[in-house]
Design a protein around this ligand. Sequence first.
Ligand SMILES: [Zn+2]
Ligand SMILES: [Zn+2]
Length: 195
Amino acid sequence: MTDGKRLTVDDEILARARIHAREVLDEYDLDEYDLDVDLDALEWETSARAKRRAGACRWNSRREIATIVLTRRAYECYDWEEFSAVVRHELVHAWEFQQFGESGHGPRFHERAAALDAPRHCRSFTEPRYRLRCLEADCEWTATRHRASKPVTSPGRYRCGSCGGSYEVEHTESGRSWTSGSGYGGAKSALGEEW
Ligand SMILES: [Zn+2]
Ligand SMILES: [Zn+2]
């Protein structure tokens, strides 16, 4: 995967999240909850490194700016319905920070999260152990595996599920990848304990 493509995914995440935030604040009847998120005092970021949390919200009290951080891997693992619920959950945190300078998962949070159909708890997700990715230039096919099945250990003997081209396997934790059985063995022995 090139850096150009990563940028595109991050841009897509941020654009969809911003649009969703506007829609949510327009569509839901929030007067009752006084859920008036100041979008001008809200910033958005993506994280390529977060592994367990799908989203987070930071507060800068000096600038009075809330920053919602969305995890790229979660966007890639979830469907939009799940991911947009993460966006709404973090919007409630942003609102609490903007209003009170602090945020948690107490009754006040719970009430607003329910009004937005957002989960009360921050979603955590388990990253798949392996990711398969087609090597053909114009094919976007990827798949995930939690276990070292044959397509993971011997990618040379299988084909991309979409175009029939060859694919690589990435060990998501380390970022190491291989395209053959010997590559798999090499990556596994190089990582040793970290495997
Ligand atoms: Zn939360
Ligand atoms: Zn393909």
